[in-house]
Design a protein around this ligand. Structure first.
Ligand SMILES: [Zn+2]
Length: 275
């Protein structure tokens, strides 16, 4: 799952439009708070590879409520912000949750939760489209200052760009197939990077979901091998070509690409599928 491209421009413009779209008493108070909010935006932009150093919010009471209240998707100014975030995504992956690449996106996650950091409630680069399962698994989790967040950032984590996931198919002749996904240990990731990825996958509960999706993908490949008249002799090449196409479209860590590669390396499964 390669990184998304953040909306790098127009943060202050969106914030201003959203504030001016509010009514009293929120609007005059938010106008007063705006310079402080913009300062926090700059702090956020400076800590994008070190979120553990982001200072805790000092907003409390009605100030915090007014800031959180800015995130109201019924407002045209907030809808415009959401559209800008959505439009910044790569078009070939724009229907998918970018964390799992399994489900269609349907919700916006505040990477730094708005409950703990009201000042980032309507900051474009703090918003990432994701599916309800990933959003629910992440929840309002945020660590204390100084502790590295367990969930990787969709815009700024370079680990998401690395080929870091593998899959292996096991097959009982005449029986069912199983598939297991794991963080790769053969691609030069440091032990710390491997640990970071494992924590991320565990926090979002991705491995069981990948395994379910992988089983479904195996069924689809089993069907398409037969539907395309693929023989046992050319099955491996067919699956390798499928994997290349899927990885080009969705990234090397996409579960279907990995499933095709794993099935190509599982002769017992292919023998059964094409018997
Ligand atoms: Zn997801």
């Amino acid at each position: 799952m390669p990184r998304l491209v953040p909306v790098e421009i127009g943060e202050a413009t969106h914030l201003n439009a959203i504030i001016e779209g509010k009514r009293a008493p929120a609007r005059p108070r938010l106008r007063v708070l705006k310079p402080a909010l913009e300062t926090r935006y700059i702090e956020y932009a400076g800590t994008t590879t070190a979120f553990h150093s982001l200072a805790a919010s000092t907003l409390v009471g009605t100030d915090a409520e007014y800031c959180v209240g800015c995130y109201n998707l019924d407002r045209p100014t907030v809808a415009a912000l959401k559209r800008a975030v959505l439009d910044a995504r790569p078009p070939n992956r724009n229907y998918l949750c970018q964390w799992c690449l399994i489900e269609p996106w349907g919700e916006m996650d505040h990477y730094v939760p708005k409950e703990s950091f009201p000042e980032f409630a309507v900051m474009a680069r703090n918003l990432a489209p994701c599916c309800s399962k990933c959003n629910k698994a992440k929840g309002d989790y945020w660590p204390p200052v100084g502790v590295v967040p367990e969930v990787l950032n969709l815009y700024y984590s370079s680990l998401l760009d690395r080929d870091h996931l593998s899959a292996a198919v096991t097959h009982a002749p005449g029986g069912a197939s199983a598939i297991q996904f794991a963080i790769r240990r053969d691609v030069g990731l440091t032990p710390a990077e491997i640990a970071t990825l494992e924590v991320h996958y565990a926090r979002l509960r991705l491995m069981p979901r990948l395994q379910d999706a992988g089983i479904s993908a195996l069924s689809r490949f089993r069907h398409s091998l037969r539907a395309h008249g693929v023989t046992r002799a050319n099955a491996v090449q067919y699956l390798v070509d499928e994997a290349v196409g899927l990885a080009t479209a969705f990234g090397a860590n996409h579960y279907e690409a990995l499933t095709a590669t794993a099935l190509a390396a599982a002769p017992a499964a292919l023998d059964d599928y094409l018997a």
